[in-house]
Design a binder for this molecule. Sequence first.
Ligand code: T46
Length: 135
Amino acid sequence: MNIKIIDIKTIPTDSEGQLSFFEANKDFDFDIKRIYYITEVAKGIKRGAHAHKKLKQLLWCPIGSIKIYLENIWEKEEIILDSPAKGLVIEESLWRDMLWMKNDSVLCVAASDYYDADDYIRDYDEYLRYIESNV
Ligand code: T46
């Protein structure tokens, strides 16, 4: 499956707390053109239910816990994002759902391209047809 877990460097700082950072084209293989984040979601809510044709993304959850469900026609994976030091790189053509495991968990995403509604496949049967004819 086109996914990779990366360690996001997280260092204690002289003042209280810690600082996390990553660099495009060093920690993962694409330029970042867009960053978005999802907040104020209650525990138990599921989002997603779509795939992207071309978009690549790095997902991380600096606060809380979010389970990511990924699948293509051959495999399924579940990954829990629950640390500022854990990142998930998702490449193209994977169906995804995200389940909020704790209230107010924050999902952050660095994306390889600008927002393009035409890059989304939101119908599961259309996704299966797309995978079969494009992979
Ligand atoms: C993804 C997962 C992890 C915009 O107008 N611009 C944007 O950059 C984004 C990301 C979304 N939108 C609009 C499109 C919808 O009208 O915001 C609305 C909610 O988006 P959506 O229902 O796709 O949200 P999620 O949480 O299901 O999915 C999002 C991303 O859209 C998607 O690319 O991979 O997070």
